[in-house]
Design a protein around this ligand. Structure first.
Ligand code: 13P
Ligand code: SF4
Length: 353
């Protein structure tokens, strides 16, 4: 089984017409129009044959593609059936009717889809697409926290393995973390594994004592408040929007903080003339065409895991039906309960949470 991109490409080229093609690009001009600010038409000629092949094969396999907001624009606009933040993707995974889900995102997202839809085949185009947060904690870490804070509920970020979810009381995402923590009984709440999300939530929910695990996202922990201050000095008319996985002093410097879907909503509603998205680089690329009057400025960081998912690997995944994600059957019910509790609370009106 080939694993490198050149080998995968060579194998696929035996079956599909994947040469760069201006006629394929012309035939998919409507798709390209959704990303024309970030992918020149000449480059689209390289992507279009893959997009055509994937969309055909997806229909043949009865598959649905769930893609995270950090996917590159060719995936996000070209082949995804559903796009969203972690919460939206988890909710969609409960509704999917297709027998096959291709998860364009990282491994924990595919596991979440599998625990929510265990009878479906959930394919990961690259099993190496992990997450520094999911790697940061194990069920033993959860047990350690429970021993240190007896009786305190454990709220684990969805960026965790199914085993960690199963050992937790409830999950949260960056879209609902404060709402979930507020809804927990008692004064003390354990949040794992993202210390920065926990510290940002602690500011929003001062009535709770929040204790946290020492994990961080390698993409968001690299931003500094000093960088943002310098940027603002240089371009004072910039609206700064930060993901809550950033350190709290970075979030404090920002005009708004929210999940990736929250960031899209904020830009859509506020139409800033200049926006600095303090998050993964594909966020700005994916929404640039929908907001032509917004100038996206400033630095961003790439997630090396998210970027492992490519058109070649998605086509290979559908072609070979690999790699199906499996979750230990004993973990499915408790992990699903933790995710479903989160979804149930996030549906409540915020004021009543
Ligand atoms: P959200 O899309 O839920 O904001 O999560 C961001 C992220 O880092 C996912 O890995
Ligand atoms: Fe994990 Fe951070 Fe990458 Fe999201 S952006 S998958 S949290 S490493």
């Amino acid at each position: 089984m080939p694993t490198s991109t050149p080998d995968i490409r060579a194998e696929l080229a035996k079956v599909y017409d994947l040469e760069p093609s201006l006629s394929a690009a012309e035939a998919t001009r409507d798709i390209h129009a959704r990303m024309s600010r970030v992918i020149p038409f000449a480059d689209w000629a390289r992507h279009a044959p893959y997009v055509i092949a994937i969309n055909r094969l997806k229909a043949k396999r009865g598959a649905v593609i769930l893609a995270h907001n950090y996917m590159t624009p060719d995936i996000y606009h070209g082949i995804a059936d559903v796009v969203g933040d972690s919460l939206q993707l988890a909710i969609e995974a409960t509704k999917v009717e297709a027998g096959v889900i291709v998860q364009c995102g990282v491994h924990f997202m595919a596991e979440t889809s599998k625990v929510l839809s265990p009878s479906k085949t959930v394919l990961m185009p690259d099993m190496g697409a992990g997450c520094s947060l999911a790697d940061a904690i194990t069920p033993a870490g959860i047990a350690e926290m429970r021993a240190m804070y007896p009786g305190a509920p454990v709220v684990s970020y969805v960026n965790t393995t199914a085993a960690v979810k199963a050992a937790s009381d409830i999950c949260c995402t960056s879209a609902n973390a404060a709402q979930i923590v507020r809804a927990m009984p008692g004064d003390t709440v354990i949040m794992t594994p993202d210390k920065y999300l926990a510290q940002n939530v602690a500011k929003q929910v001062p009535e709770k004592r929040i204790v946290w695990w020492d994990g961080a996202c390698i993409v968001h922990e690299r931003f500094t408040a000093q960088d943002l201050r310098e940027f603002r000095e240089f371009q004072p008319d910039t609206t700064i929007i930060a993901h809550p996985e950033c350190p709290p002093d970075v979030v404090t410097e920002a005009d708004f903080s929210g999940s990736t879907a929250g960031i899209i909503d904020f830009v859509t509603q506020n139409q800033p003339s200049k926006a600095l998205l303090v998050t993964e680089c594909s966020m700005a690329s994916n929404i640039a065409d929908a907001h032509p009057q917004v100038e996206f400025v400033g630095p961003c960081n790439m997630c090396p895991y998210m970027k492992m998912i490519t058109l070649e690997k998605v086509l290979w995944s559908l072609h070979t039906m690999t790699t199906p994600v499996e979750v230990d059957p004993e973990l499915i019910a408790p992990a699903r309960a933790a995710v479903e509790r989160m979804i149930e609370i996030s549906r409540r009106p915020r004021a009543a949470a």
